[in-house]
Ligand binder design. Structure first.
Ligand SMILES: *Cc1c(COP(=O)(O)O)cnc(C)c1O
Length: 406
């Protein structure tokens, strides 16, 4: 995923959002267009919120993804029944583990919380005193080895537990860095191409030194196989976001891997209190919603869905290319948000900056979010669009390009 700074840069400034609310533009139509039954209470309207067509992607700031009907049914169902929190975690954990080839699994409050709890489990084991003591590491291991290129903002999830990051670049440096304070070796999947040590070597180094390995693959489905690939490869802990492409609750995620470590991690999580994880609560609705989202995600026809994405991208490209001076380019990031991206660029015969284009789409009817593609270019995805929204997106982009054509 993008860093927050890069994301904000790509989104462009948002100063006009406030202005929109007072502008009298109906902000609810984008949402209404896809609502089967009129809501009893139109909260977008009631609160003066801006709802939009998401042609950007699974950005946390944009509330990531929309939960499918099956997930909402699970959530509504759960809201009518009491169950014991640990029991629903036990049962759902078993199912998720089986689906993803892991020994054990648990639903967490997002990928971030999976990393905090997983690290806590590695540090404390099942020792109640140590669990209560975190983030004071007295008497515990205190270092986590991370490749230099992987040492970005997300590492804060790990250092939340009190550990210190030890940076390395080569396998020889890992050998030298390991000592009796080394607790874990952390790998950030999307940074793999920038690191000198690949997944398999990282796992092998962990095994050689008897150090547990953890991988952050938060936004790295599709492809669906990634859900079991890193468990099969031998990572001891695998952390995933539930609310990105899997379309579960945005505040849910999955921690999976070695049974002893998952059991230990759960001792820092609710319902237990007096732990660093007490604030990382997931309710039964989110736990069951996460399970159903994952199950539905795994079951769906991924080839068919990919073809639909390609068709939508091709449709938008075809429409905008009808305008002289407009070119398009389709690309797929190899890791993280692995989905077709359409870059739409225009030459100087169209008097419009990228920021102006984003603003016009944002303030239009319906409001549309796309990301930056460069100076005179925007970039967009279709995997978060609701049915037929590619038509709306193409139409609006074409309109603005035509208006700006000199
Ligand atoms: C989104 C993301 C996270 C945080 O995941 P949440 O599910 O929002 O807690 C962590 N790491 C990476 C690489 C991410 O993209």
């Amino acid at each position: 995923m993008l860093s927050r700074r890069k994301l904000l840069k790509r989104l462009g400034a948002l100063p006009l959002v406030g202005g929109l609310m007072g502008s009298g533009i109906s902000v609810s139509s984008a949402m209404a267009a896809n609502t089967e039954v009129a809501p009893k209470r139109n909260l977008v309207q009631e609160l003066g919120l801006r709802s939009f067509v998401n042609a950007a992607g699974t950005y946390t700031a944009m509330t990531a993804s929309l939960m499918p009907k099956e997930v909402m049914e699970a959530i509504n169902y759960a809201s009518r029944h009491y169950v014991m929190l640990d029991e629903v975690q036990d049962k759902v954990g078993e199912r998720i583990a089986a689906l993803c080839h892991a020994e054990a699994a648990t639903v967490t409050a997002g990928c971030w919380s999976a990393m905090v709890l997983g690290t806590a489990g590695v540090l404390t084991g099942k020792d109640r005193d140590k669990i209560r003591q975190l983030p004071n590491l007295e008497g515990m291991k205190s270092e986590v080895i991370v490749q230099k290129s992987h040492n970005v903002g997300y590492v804060h999830a790990i250092t939340n537990t009190g550990v210190k990051v030890v940076e390395v670049e080569t396998a020889a440096e890992v050998d030298r860095a390991v000592n009796d304070k080394t607790a874990m070796m952390w790998f950030l999947n999307y940074q793999a191409p920038d690191g000198k040590i690949n997944h398999e070597e990282w796992v092998a180094l962990g095994k050689k030194h008897g150090i547990p390995t953890m991988i952050d693959m938060a936004a790295d489905v599709p492809p669906v196989e990634n859900l079991w690939k890193y468990n099969d490869m031998g990572f001891d802990l695998v952390c995933v976001s539930g609310g990105k492409a899997i379309k579960g609750p945005q505040s849910a995620g999955i921690l999976m891997g070695r049974k002893d470590l998952i059991e230990a991690a759960r001792l820092s999580a609710p319902p237990r209190g007096g732990t660093i994880g007490r604030g990382m609560k997931v309710n039964k609705e989110e736990i069951l919603g996460m399970y159903v989202a994952l199950d539905e995600y795994i079951k769906k026809d991924h080839d068919k869905e990919w073809k639909e994405w390609e068709e939508k991208v091709a449709y938008v490209a075809g429409e905008v290319e009808k305008i002289d001076g407009v070119t398009t380019d389709v690309s797929v990031p190899p890791i993280a948000n692995h989905t077709p991206y359409l870059k739409i660029s225009w030459d100087d015969s169209i008097q419009l900056t990228r920021e102006q284009m984003q603003e016009k789409l944002r303030l239009g009817e319906p409001s549309i979010e796309v990301i930056s593609g460069g100076d005179q270019a925007i970039s967009m995805t279709v995997f978060m669009l609701r049915p037929k929204e590619e038509k709306i997106v193409a139409k609006r982009i074409v309109e603005e390009l035509r208006i700006a054509k000199v």
